[in-house]
Design a protein around this ligand. Structure first.
Ligand code: C2E
Ligand code: CA
Ligand code: CA
Length: 773
């Protein structure tokens, strides 16, 4: 419905129509004056419509201008026809010839109105693009089919006889049927267009359509009266003409308003599809009835019905073609979507999703019948630099070239995917040594690239993992993580490296397969062991103590480096379990030492972060008591991987355990946090000078000398770590360090290998026997 500025003209139009009809049909005036008012009303309405259309057309452009121009023409023609008609009726006594110039004027209306409403209906709001709305042709065909079928229906029932009766010549006959045909045509097209047009034009179209329907209604009524031989038209029947023209004027004054596009309701689309068949079915029924009643079809009926059926066939063909085109487009876009979902748009390689899927599949085959499978995880080394220096466009070109080289380096059956910005993964399923394609990739990517005339060098770091090595993997993700971990290890080694996965590679998330295995080991204690390394008096190399060192021998991984698994245990928060295991074993073993080792101390490493916790103190006391070890023979080495959270709490613990008899050492002295502050705060008995300082000569020696002086002054014993040569031992002794530990005096090993025979001879050796050495 019109809004805003349109409501005023609508009101004026309604009042005018009411006045004309009331005056003309009231019976207050004489018949001539009634007729005069009636005719004047119609003429005035027509003139108003003509002027409204043409004057407003000047203010518009495009479709809004076009439809007003056409409609103005339609209204003008009709008004002229009306003028001629009125003139004859009011001022001339002789009857208007049929057909007359008035008919020409009247029939201008449908001829011009049709392009007007079509141009209004197909007009798109600005910015909607130049596309043709699909189904427009079908809509026009539907309109024609409906018009034709309705015409056959009305013709066969009433109109035919009416037209035949009133027409003297074939021309007059054509003019007579032109009215109902054009009325019908306009009615149907208006309804169809209002139902299917763009929402923006719907307001104007509705008003204009209503106007045309009013005109058609009065027109048909008029034709009917004429056929019945009526002398004049009752004024009320002319109301349609007046109102129709008034509405045309209102439509021209109504601004087009953009409305939110709203998709046609589903049932609306179905109704639209079925629309042409209903009247056609009706004509079928009509023909059968006529056949049964023995009525034969006349020429008009046969011609129109043939046209309707031809149009129906064309409509079907058009629909079929449109559907086929649509289906093609759908399947094309479906194929495109599928491709896009599984491929990298830039390089055309597989994407992560497809790679993952292929890897899962390959892994399933590997688990079922041992098919070989390896994954390479490749990360370009200096790609960011290329992007920064030459821009993203150049970066993209480089990535495309990398993809081409990757393809040439592996077999066609291998899957290559881009899994990140400059990360690529390759799935090798053909067997053979995966190191070979990996080397080929290194060589291919190592060659210079030409990016827009610039020569660019990038390297690649590759992580390689083979399924079936280092224990089974359950999922594609786990295997990819391993390859990724190996690649990162390569990056840490300094880029451009090919690294095969090992279990002790952290995967960057703080967890690794190693962590899982270690956690399992610590839960059941199997696989952990303790080795001992002697600590000696430098003067005579007498063993005064042994340090207990944790060892882990994994059933399938083999021995794992202590530094690595200790760090892992700390990361996953299970270092306490390692410490307690070693503490218990060390106390047990030391308590059983005999002979020359009967009174030596045992050093046990303790994670410093635990110091000060009540459970730690209790554990230490209990271990000592359980194995009947003299507390002074236990010395706890405080190893530090993070700053001590609470130095005074730690000092309290050292003091309390010290009163119990247990002694303490600061391990790796000089490398930890705040070494001197710790030495000051913690009442330790020993300092273990880290091996970085114990190499002879230069600044190290000066540091060692100072530390020894400080410690001696405090009554703290110094042990030099990492003493590997005789010179080192001599140098350390020369600066006043009395004790040492290192390969020079014996590496760590199982107790049976490290201890002298008498130390373990529990049956013969007397507990307090003096050392034979
Ligand atoms: P640490 O406490 O400083 O232990 C000495 C390390 O130096 C040992 O390595 C030992 O094998 C090595 N070493 C001994 N003499 C020499 C030498 O002459 N030259 C060289 N290059 N190395 C020598 P290991 O057994 O691999 O232990 C590494 C570290 O692991 C230990 O360093 C200690 O910090 C930690 N650790 C070992 N066992 C435990 C434990 O039960 N609990 C805790 N918290 N940490 C432990
Ligand atoms: Ca230690
Ligand atoms: Ca140490």
């Amino acid at each position: 419905m019109p809004r805003g500025t349109a409501s005023k003209p609508l009101l004026v139009a309604a009042v005018s129509v009411a006045v004309v009809v009331a005056l003309g049909g009231s019976g207050l005036l004489s018949p001539w004056w009634s007729q005069f008012v009636d005719d004047l009303g119609q003429f005035g309405a027509g003139l108003a419509a003509t002027l409204a259309c043409w004057l407003t057309a000047a203010r518009h452009a495009g479709a809004q201008r076009r439809w007003r121009l056409w409609m103005g023409g339609a209204a003008c023609g009709w008004t002229i026809g009306q003028f001629i008609w009125s003139w004859y009726q009011l001022f001339r006594d002789d009857a208007l010839p049929s057909p007359s110039a008035a008919d020409a004027g009247y029939l201008t209306l449908p001829v011009f109105a049709l392009p007007a409403i079509v141009s209004l209906a197909v007009a798109r709001p600005p910015g909607d693009g130049p596309r043709r709305r699909p189904g427009q042709l079908v809509m026009v065909l539907d309109g024609l089919i409906v018009v034709g079928a309705l015409f056959v229906l009305t013709w066969g029932t009433t109109l035919g006889s009416v037209a035949r009766a009133g027409a003297a010549t074939p021309f007059a006959y054509s003019v007579a049927i032109a009215y109902p045909v054009t009325d019908l045509l306009l009615t149907v097209i208006v309804i169809l267009l209002v139902a299917t047009s763009a929402p923006a034009a719907r307001g104007q179209l509705t008003v204009l359509g209503a106007g045309l329907l009013c005109l058609s209604f009065s027109d048909s009524f008029f034709a009917y009266l004429v056929s019945k031989g009526a002398e004049s038209m009752p004024p009320l029947a002319d109301a349609g003409f007046v109102a129709g023209m008034a509405l045309v004027a209102v439509a021209a004054l109504t601004p087009a308003h953009p409305a939110a596009a709203r998709p046609a309701a589903r049932h609306g689309r179905w109704a639209h599809l079925m629309l042409p068949y209903l009247p056609v079915a009706g004509t079928g029924v009509l023909l059968i009835v006529q056949l049964v009643r023995g009525i034969s079809m006349d020429g008009v009926e046969i011609a129109v019905e043939t046209a309707v059926i031809s149009l129906l066939i064309i409509r079907q063909a058009v629909t079929l073609i449109e559907n086929a085109v649509l289906l093609d487009r759908v399947s094309d876009s479906q194929a495109r979507l599928t491709y896009q979902a599984f491929h990298d748009a830039l390089t055309g390689l597989s994407n992560r999703v497809l790679f993952h899927d292929r890897l899962e599949h390959a892994l399933a085959l590997h688990h079922r019948d041992g098919r070989p499978l390896a994954v390479l995880f490749c990360d370009l080394d200096d790609f960011k630099g290329v992007n920064d220096r030459f821009g993203h466009h150049a970066g993209d070109r480089l990535l495309r070239q990398v993809a081409t080289r990757l393809r040439s380096a592996v077999r066609d059956s291998d899957t290559i995917a881009r899994v990140g910005g400059d990360e690529f993964a390759v799935l090798l399923e053909g067997g053979g040594d995966p190191g070979e394609p990996a080397e080929r990739i290194m060589a291919a990517i190592g060659r210079p690239f030409d990016v827009g005339g610039e020569t660019v060098n990038v390297g690649v770091s590759i992580g390689l993992v083979e399924a079936g090595e280092h224990g089974a993997v359950s999922s594609a993700d786990a295997l990819l993580r391993r390859a990724d971990a190996a690649m990162y290890a390569g990056k840490r080694q300094g880029k451009g490296a090919l690294v095969r996965y090992r279990v002790d590679l952290p995967d960057g998330t703080g967890s690794s397969d190693l962590a899982e295995a270690l956690a399992a080991t610590l839960r059941d204690g199997h696989g952990l062991d303790v080795h001992y390394q002697p600590i000696v008096r430098l003067a005579d190399a007498t063993v005064v103590a042994v340090e207990a060192l944790a060892r882990w021998n994994h059933p399938s991984l083999g021995p794992v480096s202590t530094d690595v698994f200790i760090a892992t245990a700390e990361e996953i928060g299970l270092i306490r379990l390692v410490d307690d295991f070693v503490l218990d074993r060390a106390c047990r073993d030391a308590a059983a030492f005999r002979g020359s080792w009967a009174s030596i101390a045992v050093h046990v490493n303790t994670s410093a972060a635990r110091l000060g916790r009540p459970e730690h103190e209790a554990t230490v006391r209990e271990a000592v008591r359980r194995h009947g070890l003299a507390p002074h023979r236990l010395l706890l080495e405080l190893t530090e991987t993070a700053p001590l959270p609470d130095l005074s709490a730690a000092a309290g613990a050292v003091r309390r355990l010290g009163r119990f008899g247990v002694r303490f050492a600061l391990d790796d002295f000089g490398t930890g946090y705040n070494a001197l502050a710790q030495l000051h705060a913690l009442p330790v008995d020993e300092v273990k000078l880290d091996r970085t300082f114990t190499v002879a000569g230069g600044r190290s020696e000066a540091i060692c000398r100072s530390i020894v002086q400080i410690c001696t002054g405090m009554g703290v014993t110094v042990v030099a770590e990492g003493v590997e040569s005789a010179d080192q031992a001599v140098a350390m002794a020369a600066i006043g360090c009395r004790y040492g530990q290192g390969h020079r005096f014996g590496a760590s090993g199982p107790l049976t290998e490290v201890a002298p025979a008498d130390a373990l001879d529990s049956a013969t050796a007397p507990t307090d026997a003096p050392s034979p050495a």
